[in-house]
Design a protein around this ligand. Structure first.
Ligand SMILES: COC[C@H](NCc1c(COP(=O)(O)O)cnc(C)c1O)C(=O)O
Length: 322
């Protein structure tokens, strides 16, 4: 079997002079927001869907806060396999239109991702149907790890730190897998979450998995009440600094990024950018938890489809921002 063409693209690594000024050192942005499905998800989900299709799967079912669902629907269309995406109620119309354009059947079940996940697992009991998880699967981590291989190919030398955001921990687990494959396991990672979706931070503090009672952050794409066990395990293999920002800081980061780089991203992505914009990086350096001279920094701009002008205005209004 010839090696299947991956469904994701090699994304640009953009040097951002505005973010470099804010960080006090060179910042490179890994632009996963320009992936064909609008976020990094296609790397892991696409890889899993290709593997599962080889084993004769007849129908994908994907529980998703949104972006994983778009990735599964895109992969399914490319593989010619029907797919059902199960979303929590309240998904925005752009997302629904996108899923329909990809040919997916869409079900709205429950209030948060975890309820949609239960429904998807039940549907996957149908013979020939396979549940495509959003973040908790080794093939997803393997696929997400392709980000680090591209960073190594482009940069050659290791960054001083990699900044990313955490929902269920699939991106984090993937980056750790990739770092180990390229020999960068000693590069520190800053794992960002928003308050009210900080299931990873709570798990790190407790030293065991913690299930949040609810998702109260506006960054719904980070809305997994419990992170993958693998994500917590990663903290024992790499230096992972877990940080939490408020929704306000995530939205301010969206606004500043829009001005600085003329790209509009979800609050889930604003959380990662807030590591720099909200001064969190500088504080970690001042506290001695990160080197004062980091060389250069990589921020994974994870992207996300659930954002446009109207959505941004609504986020600003809810936060009382002009
Ligand atoms: C509830 O949702 C989980 C997942 N979103 C995950 C996600 C993340 C976090 O990635 P993770 O840590 O889940 O692998 C970051 N940035 C963006 C834009 C995302 O969509 C989904 O779409 O189903």
């Amino acid at each position: 079997l010839e090696e299947q063409r991956p469904l994701h693209i090699v994304t640009p690594l953009l040097e951002s002079w505005k973010l470099s000024m804010a960080a006090g050192t060179t910042v490179f942005l890994k632009l996963e927001n320009v992936q064909p499905t609008g976020s990094f998800k296609i790397r892991g989900i696409g890889r899993l869907c290709q593997e599962v299709a080889k084993k004769g799967c007849k129908h994908f079912v994907c529980p998703s806060g949104g972006n994983a669902g778009v990735a599964a629907a895109y992969a399914a269309r490319n593989l010619g396999i029907p797919t059902t995406v199960v979303l929590p109620k309240g998904a925005n119309s752009t997302l629904l239109q996108r899923l329909e354009r990809e040919g997916a059947e869409v079900l709205m079940v429950g209030k948060v991702w975890d309820e949609a996940n239960l429904k998807a697992q039940e549907m996957a009991k149908t013979d020939g149907w396979v549940n495509i998880p959003s973040f908790d699967h080794p093939m997803i981590w393997e696929g997400n790890g392709s980000i680090v291989h591209e960073l190594k190919d482009t940069l050659g030398t290791r960054p001083g730190v990699i900044i990313l955001s955490v929902g269920g921990g699939g991106l984090l687990a993937g980056v750790v897998a990739g770092m180990k494959q390229v020999g960068w396991q000693d590069v520190p990672i800053i794992a960002m979450e928003t308050r009210g979706a900080d299931s990873f931070n709570q798990a790190v503090q407790a030293g065991r998995l913690v299930t949040l009672p609810d998702i109260t952050s506006m960054a719904k794409s980070l809305g997994a009440k419990t992170v993958a066990a693998r994500a917590l395990e990663c903290t024992r293999e790499c230096q992972i600094i877990s940080e939490v920002v408020d929704d306000e800081e995530a939205v301010e980061a969206i606004e500043r990024f829009l001005d600085d780089e003329r790209m509009l991203v979800e609050p889930a992505c604003g959380a990662a950018l807030a590591a720099i914009y909200s001064g969190c990086l500088g504080r970690l350096q001042a506290e001695g938890r990160l080197s004062p001279s980091l060389g250069f920094i990589v921020v994974i701009v994870c992207g996300g489809n659930s954002i446009h002008r109207a959505e941004l205005k609504e986020l600003q209004a809810r936060l009382g921002r002009s």
